[in-house]
Each structure stands twice: as structure tokens, then as C-alpha cells.
Design a protein around this ligand. Structure first.
Ligand SMILES: [Zn+2]
Length: 278
């Protein structure tokens, strides 16, 4: 069934597990993610991100994701990840996304607050939820991705929540997007302080490549949603490369890829503790 973030994250926050957001660019990835969620009886968040749209058009992928969510027997949130522009966020809501992330974190603090507040007002009128970001989760490929001045501060986050009314908050505690070049070091003390001060579910971006222990500690200390994309691409790549080496046909390789993505999602759902919570 199609639900919004509040329908899955409140329970996750209360019972100390996390729900995965798995981004997709096509129906192969979509099939892998949904079948993993059905098999695990796990709630799931599926979506795409604004930076991924050149690889999978929003108007084409949205109806597929929404159809899959509606016929699923577990709760599915259809989430627009890292909305960077007002127009695209509005398009996602009109297409039927049940949740959006507005990411104004690269801009000035005041503008981030004003833009987020406006989007929250509109999204809530659609019955959709909004995830915001304060502090900034950078790219793993950047030189300064461990810059602690971009980490989320408790006082800023409190003021941001009060001013914007977002339903969930992405926090910056040392993770980065993409594939890590060196092992990331997470600031768990900061995470615990954020959890103690903030009422809304907290979100960890840049989850691909973290150790199982990093996930367990992050979730124990208050993360309720984890974003994964790169790990699914790596699993799919490995499967396709194996299929090619074995001289398999296109559709056999395609099915091998979907199965590998599914298994990668199943592993994450077990690790996040969301199995049998759907
Ligand atoms: Zn992100």
C-alpha cells in the first residue's frame, strides 16, 4: 500500500529499527526492491532523486513506482530524494509521490528555511510528508567530505525544525554520498545529542559502504531511515559482469541483475531490523 513517511518512521523511531530508502532509476531496480520488501515483510521507501533524473525520466518512472506501491502488500513510501528545485518538487507531488525531500542545504541557512517552509505547506496539503536537511552531507569524492563545520548542529537543527515543520530530518554526522575512498568516521556523540533534542525521525544519507557496525550503532543511537543507492548499483554491476563473462543472453543477465539487487536489499533490511515490521 502507498503510504507517507509518518506511517513507517514513527514505528521505526519508537522500536529502534530503520527503514531503508532505495533509489531506483528503472523498473529493474524497482522490481528488485519491491520483491525484497515483500519477501522480508518489511516496510520500504522507494524513490528517485533529482540528480538521477537524466538516467530515468521522472514522468516515466513515477507511474511505475506508484503502481508497484499501490499493489504491494507491505507499506511503501514513494519518496522524491534530494529535490533541489521548487518546480521538480511540485512535479513529484502532482505525479503522486507520497513524500519528498527538499534539500536546500547547499544554500544559505535563511533561504533553506524559507524555501523548506513553503514546500512543507504545499506537500502537507497533498497529504505528503517532507524530509529536510540541515548541515550538509557532501560527496565521498570531494576532498572536504569530512569537514566538521558542515556537520549538523543541535541548536541550528532545533531552530530549523521549529521554523519549517518538516516531518523527518537528514543529519550530517560524517557520511557522504557515493563510494568512499577511505573508511568514514561517524560522530555518534553528535547523533545521540541530536536524537535527545529533536522529536522527528532522523535520516542517514550516504549509507552505501558503511560497515555493519556503523549501521547498528547509528540505528541504536536514533537513525530511523537510511538511504541506499550506490550499493544497489555495485550489486547490479557485479551480477551483469558475471553474466557477461559466462556468455549469457541479455534477459538472463537482466534477471541475474534484478536478483542481485533484491539480495542486496534483503541484506540491508535484515541489518536495519525492518524485517517483519511491514
Ligand atoms: Zn542524500
Amino acid at each position: 500500500m502507498l503510504v507517507n513517511l509518518n506511517a513507517v518512521l514513527a514505528d521505526a523511531q519508537q522500536n529502534h529499527y530503520a527503514v531503508g530508502l532505495f533509489n531506483t532509476t528503472d523498473t529493474d531496480m524497482l522490481e528488485g526492491v519491491i520483491s525484497a520488501a515483500e519477501e522480508c515483510r518489511s516496510p520500504v521507501i522507494i524513490g528517485t532523486a533529482e540528480v538521477l533524473l537524466p538516467n530515468g525520466e521522472l514522468k516515466l518512472i513515477a507511474p511505475s513506482i506508484i503502481a508497484a506501491a499501490k499493489r504491494a502488500t507491505i507499506p511503501v513510501v514513494v519518496h522524491y530524494d534530494h529535490g533541489l528545485t521548487f518546480d521538480r518538487c511540485m512535479e513529484a507531488l502532482q505525479l503522486g509521490f507520497s513524500s519528498i525531500m527538499f534539500d536546500g542545504s547547499a544554500g544559505a541557512y535563511d533561504k533553506n528555511i524559507a524555501d523548506t517552509r513553503e514546500i512543507v505547506k504545499i506537500a502537507h496539503a497533498f497529504g505528503a510528508t517532507v524530509e529536510g536537511e540541515i548541515g550538509h552531507v557532501g560527496e565521498a569524492s570531494a576532498e572536504d567530505n569530512d569537514a566538521t563545520d558542515l556537520y549538523t548542529r543541535v541548536d541550528e537543527a532545533e531552530a530549523y525544525l521549529k521554523a519549517t515543520g518538516v516531518d523527518a530530518l537528514a543529519v550530517s554526522i560524517g557520511t557522504a554520498h557515493g563510494a568512499y575512498k577511505s573508511k568514514p568516521k561517524l560522530d555518534f556523540e553528535r547523533l545521540a545529542a541530536l536524537r535527545a533534542a529533536l522529536p522527528v525521525p532522523l535520516v542517514l544519507h550516504g549509507g552505501s559502504g558503511l560497515s555493519d557496525d556503523d549501521f547498528r550503532t547509528s540505528i541504536a543511537k536514533g537513525i530511523a531511515k537510511v538511504n541506499i543507492f550506490t550499493d544497489l548499483c555495485l550489486a547490479g554491476n557485479r551480477a551483469m559482469s558475471e553474466g557477461l563473462s559466462a556468455g549469457e543472453a541479455y534477459l538472463t543477465i537482466r534477471n541475474r541483475k534484478v536478483e542481485a539487487i533484491k539480495q542486496s536489499v534483503v541484506e540491508k533490511m535484515k541489518l536495519f531490523g525492518s524485517v517483519n515490521r511491514g
